[in-house]
Write a new protein. Structure first.
Lengths: 239, 568
C-alpha cells in the first residue's frame, strides 16, 4: 500500500480502465445500441472521459489508503463498462464522504473497520490487497463479503461481513441514483442508467401520454433547482 | 412547578389526522380550544421531491419527539422486545397527514359487525380462537354522515359505487350506501392501470379507482395533483394533498376559537381526586407548563395514546389513566399489509409519475364479499394496483433471481427493468387477540427517561390463511395482465410497528373490555376523550385514516352537543 496514490489523483489503473472502456464504446456502437430497448428515450450516454469523470478531492473521513480500497469496491458494484458510467463516475464516493460528515456520521467507524477487514480478507484468502486484485477476483471476494462468509479471527471480518456489504451498497445506490444535491448522480448518469425521466412538479395528462409513447425528454434537474425548496432540516418555519 | 396557564374549554393533545379534524367542529361550536402539537408548522418549502430526504433519511426534522419514542417490538410475551429502527410517525402541525399516502377509504358495513355477521352466516365457532373481536357499538349507518362531512370538508377524490343504494359499476359495488358522490373525481389512471383493470374484468372482477384525500380539481382554494411521484412520505409541493394543516386546522383558527401551541411535548394528563381530567402538563424546551381544561381530548398516534394514559398514574388511577379495568393497551393489532406479491412485466409500466393513492382496486376478496364456507378464515383483503416508483427504490428492486444484484450484468438488467416491476401490498382483515397488546417497556426509555411503548404481537392463523388466499388472487391478477415473474412475501410473523396501528383504547359499550364508550369518552374519566385508530376494534381491509377522522369529528360534535354533561 506504500505506493497508493493520493485520492485526488487518477491512478494508472483508472487511466487504463477508462481508456479501455472508451475504446470499447468507440468500437462497438451497435453492440451498445443492441442492449437498449428500441424506442428508448434515454440511451446510455457517451462514456466518461477523464475530463468529465467526477473529480474526487481528498476525502474528509477516510485516508488515501482507505479511499483506494473503497473506490475499488464501489467500482465493482456499479462498474464503468460498455453500458456506460458507473458509481465512481456518478460521484458515489464523494456522496459517501459527505454523508459520513452529516447524516451518516454514525457509520464512520463501520466504514473504517469494514474497509480494513475487506482488505485483510483479500490478502488472507487471495494473497493480494483488494485494490490490486483483478476485477474477477474482486467480485469473488465481494460475493464472500455479501454472503457473510468473509469472517474468521484475524482473517477477515469480526462480525457479519454482509452488514458492511449492505452498508456500502445502500450508500452507493443513494450516491448513484439520489438527487444530485448530495454530491452524487453527477450529470444524472444514475437516472439515465435506469431511464428515470426526471424531477417534475406537475406532470400533465399529455406529458404522461408522451411518456407512455416514449416521447418525453428527461428533465435534467435537481429538486433544488426549482428554487422553492429549502434543503436540510425541516421545521424552522414560523406561523 | 409548572407554569399555570389560563384555562381552556378543551385541550387537544396532538394536531394530526384526528386531532386536526376534531378542532374544527369544536371551534365552530364556540368552544375555547387549545391544540398542543409537539412538532412545528411545515409548508411547501419543506416538501422537496427528494428521495434521500423523504425516504432514505426519514425527513430530518427539527422536532424529534417520535424518533426518541420509538416503540420496542416482539412477537410474543416470552421474548425480549427490541427497539425499532425508525418511528412510523412524525411530529408537525397536521402530523403524518403531511406525508401519508392519503388513501381515504370508508370501512365496509361488515367491518362494524364482524362477530354478529360471522355468527349469522357461518356460526359463532368461526370467530378465531383467542380473538377478542367485538362488534362495534354502532353500525356503518351511524358513521356515514361523518364520513360524508370529512370527505367534503377535507376534500376526497374518488368514484362512488353506491349512492343511496344505487350501484354504480365504476365504483366499489361492495361499499356501504353513501348519501352523495365524492366532491372530486378520482385520480387518473395510466396505461398500466387500464391494463390491470382490463385484466381484472377478464377475471370477472369489478375494478375501480380508490379514494384519496388529494385534489383532482380546484378545491378548498388549492389546485389538483401534479403526479410528481414523491407523494409516498413526501409532503405536497403543490398543496394538493389535503393534510389537516391545510384544511380543518386553518379553518378552525379562522374562527378565533383555536390556539395552536407548537413544540409542546405533553408528558402527563392530570386528574383530580374524583378521577376527572383537569388538564395536561407539557414541556416547551426545558420549561414546563400546565394547561387546565374542562375536557381533554387525547389525539396522539395509537402508540402514544396508550403510552400517555399508562404514564399518567394517580391515586385515582394507580395503573394509568382510565386503566382501572386493565384495558389500556389491550386489543392492539398492526394491520396485516405484508405478505406482498411482486411481479415483473415484459414492458415498461411508465409508473414514475404517480402516487400510491392512484390505482386500481378490487374488492371481491375483501371482508365478507365472498363465501367463506369452505375456507379456514374470516375476512380477506383489498387488492390494490397502485403507482409508486422513485429512482433509488427502483434501482433497488429485486431481480427475481435473474442476475446478481450488482455488477455489469445487473446494470444491463436494471437498465431494462427498473420500470417493469410492480408490488401489491394487500391490506387484510386483522383481528385483536388476547395475547397481542401494548404496554410500557421495562428497559427502554425516551430522552426524558419515560418508558417507550412495547408492542407484543404476531399474526395468527386467521391472518396467515387470509394472506395466502389473497396472494393467490393477486398472482392470478398479475398473470392475467401479462406478468412473467412472480415472488411472494412471507404470510405471518411478528406484527411490529405499523402506520396502521389499531386498538389500545378500544371503543365499546362494555367497560370491562373497552376503554372508551360509543362516543369516544372514557368509561372511567368522563371528561377524557380519545381520538384516532386506537379506538377502532376492527381494521377492515383498507386504510384507517378516514375512519379515524370521521370518528374524531363524531366525538367532537358529540362533545359540543353534550357540553354541559361532559364538561361537568
Amino acid at each position: 500500500m506504500s505506493d497508493t496514490p493520493p485520492p485526488n489523483t487518477i491512478s494508472r489503473r483508472d487511466l487504463l480502465k477508462a481508456a479501455g472502456a472508451a475504446g470499447a464504446a468507440a468500437l462497438a456502437p451497435a453492440a451498445l445500441g443492441a442492449a437498449v430497448p428500441t424506442g428508448n428515450p434515454a440511451v446510455p450516454r457517451a462514456l466518461p472521459t477523464l475530463a468529465t469523470r467526477a473529480p474526487v478531492g481528498p476525502l474528509m473521513n477516510l485516508t488515501a489508503a482507505e479511499t483506494e480500497i473503497l473506490s475499488a469496491m464501489i467500482d465493482r458494484l456499479i462498474p464503468t463498462d460498455d453500458m456506460g458510467p458507473g458509481a465512481l463516475d456518478a460521484g458515489a464516493l464523494r456522496f459517501i464522504d459527505r454523508a459520513l460528515s452529516e447524516a451518516e456520521a454514525d457509520s464512520v467507524d463501520a466504514y473504517r473497520a469494514g474497509i480494513a477487514a475487506l482488505d485483510r480478507y483479500a490478502r488472507y484468502s487471495r494473497g493480494t490487497p483488494f485494490a490490486e486484485l483483478s476485477a474477477r477476483d474482486q467480485d469473488s471476494v465481494l460475493i464472500d463479503v455479501q454472503t457473510g462468509s468473509a469472517t474468521g479471527a484475524g482473517a477477515g471480518f469480526v462480525g457479519n461481513s454482509a452488514a458492511f456489504f449492505n452498508l456500502v451498497k445502500d450508500h452507493t445506490w443513494q450516491g448513484t441514483f439520489g438527487d444530485p444535491q448530495y454530491g452524487g448522480n453527477v450529470d444524472f448518469v444514475g437516472w439515465d442508467l435506469i431511464r428515470y425521466p426526471g424531477v417534475r412538479l406537475r406532470v400533465t395528462d399529455e406529458e404522461q401520454r408522451m411518456l407512455e409513447a416514449e416521447d418525453l425528454e428527461p428533465a435534467r434537474r435537481s429538486a433544488y433547482d426549482f428554487g422553492q425548496f429549502q434543503a436540510g432540516q425541516s421545521g424552522g418555519g414560523a406561523r | 412547578m409548572p407554569t399555570q396557564l389560563r384555562g381552556a374549554d378543551v385541550v387537544v393533545v396532538g394536531l394530526g389526522a384526528a386531532g386536526g379534524v376534531a378542532v374544527l367542529p369544536l371551534a365552530q361550536a364556540g368552544l375555547d380550544v387549545v391544540g398542543l402539537e409537539a412538532g412545528t408548522w411545515l409548508d411547501r418549502r419543506d416538501f422537496a421531491p427528494d428521495e434521500i430526504r423523504n425516504n432514505v433519511r426519514d425527513w430530518p426534522m427539527l422536532v424529534k419527539k417520535t424518533e426518541q419514542e420509538r416503540p420496542t417490538s416482539r412477537a410474543t410475551a416470552a421474548q425480549t422486545a427490541n427497539q425499532i429502527g425508525s418511528h412510523p410517525m412524525m411530529n408537525a402541525v397536521g402530523g403524518t397527514t403531511l406525508h401519508y399516502w392519503a388513501q381515504s377509504w370508508r370501512l365496509n358495513p361488515w367491518d362494524f359487525r364482524v362477530v354478529s355477521e360471522t355468527a349469522r352466516r357461518y356460526g359463532r365457532t368461526r370467530i378465531p380462537a383467542g380473538s377478542t373481536v367485538e362488534d362495534w357499538p354502532f353500525g356503518y349507518e351511524e358513521l356515514e354522515r361523518y364520513y360524508d362531512l370529512v370527505e367534503h370538508e377535507v376534500g376526497v377524490s374518488g368514484q362512488a359505487g353506491n349512492v343511496r343504494g344505487r350501484i354504480d359499476a365504476r365504483g366499489n359495488r361492495f361499499e356501504g350506501p353513501r348519501q352523495r358522490e365524492y366532491p372530486m373525481p378520482a385520480l387518473r389512471w395510466t396505461g398500466f392501470h387500464e391494463k390491470m383493470a382490463d385484466a381484472a374484468r377478464g377475471l370477472g372482477w369489478n375494478p375501480f379507482p380508490g379514494p384519496a384525500a388529494i385534489n383532482t380539481a380546484e378545491y378548498g382554494g388549492r389546485g389538483g395533483c401534479g403526479y410528481h411521484g414523491y407523494c409516498n412520505k413526501g409532503g405536497c409541493p403543490l398543496d394538493a394533498k389535503n393534510a389537516t394543516h391545510l384544511t380543518t386546522i386553518p379553518k378552525a383558527l379562522a374562527t378565533g376559537n383555536l390556539r395552536v401551541v407548537t413544540r409542546a411535548h405533553v408528558t402527563t394528563i392530570q386528574v383530580d381526586g374524583d378521577g376527572r381530567a383537569t388538564g395536561v402538563n407539557y414541556l416547551v424546551g426545558n420549561t414546563e407548563y400546565f394547561q387546565p381544561a374542562r375536557v381533554v381530548l387525547l389525539a396522539g398516534y395509537t402508540y402514544e395514546n396508550s403510552r400517555l394514559l399508562l404514564l399518567s398514574k394517580s391515586d385515582a388511577y394507580p395503573n394509568g389513566l382510565s386503566n382501572n379495568h386493565g384495558q389500556v393497551g389491550r386489543h392492539y393489532f398492526s394491520h396485516h399489509q405484508g405478505a406482498g406479491v411482486t411481479a415483473l412485466f415484459p414492458f415498461d409500466l411508465k409508473a414514475w409519475y404517480g402516487l400510491p393513492a392512484q390505482g386500481v382496486a378490487v374488492d371481491e376478496w375483501a371482508d365478507d364479499n365472498f363465501d367463506h364456507s369452505g375456507l379456514g378464515f374470516i375476512g380477506g383483503g383489498n387488492l390494490w394496483a397502485m403507482s409508486d416508483r422513485r429512482p433509488i427504490g427502483a434501482a433497488n428492486s429485486g431481480t427475481f433471481g435473474r442476475v446478481r444484484a450488482w455488477g455489469s450484468e445487473w446494470k444491463r438488467y436494471i437498465h431494462e427493468n427498473a420500470d417493469r416491476s410492480h408490488s401489491f401490498y394487500i391490506q387484510k382483515t386483522t383481528l385483536p387477540y388476547e395475547d397481542n397488546f401494548l404496554d410500557l417497556d421495562p428497559r427502554v426509555t425516551d430522552a426524558l427517561g419515560f418508558p417507550v411503548i412495547r408492542i407484543t404481537g404476531e399474526y395468527k392463523e386467521n391472518e396467515r390463511l387470509a394472506a395466502a388466499f389473497c396472494q393467490d388472487k393477486a398472482e392470478e391478477w398479475y398473470r392475467a395482465a401479462g406478468a412473467i415473474e412472480i415472488t411472494r412475501g412471507g404470510v405471518g410473523g411478528a406484527m411490529g410497528a405499523s402506520t396502521h396501528a389499531y386498538g389500545g383504547t378500544r371503543m365499546g359499550d362494555d367497560p370491562d373490555t373497552n376503554v372508551v364508550d360509543r362516543w369516544g369518552f372514557s368509561h372511567e374519566a368522563p371528561n377524557l376523550g380519545v381520538l384516532g385508530a386506537s379506538v377502532m376494534g376492527t381494521s377492515g381491509a383498507r386504510n384507517p385514516t378516514l375512519t379515524s377522522q370521521a370518528l374524531a369529528w363524531r366525538t367532537a360534535a358529540h362533545l359540543a352537543e353534550s357540553w354541559s354533561t361532559i364538561a361537568g
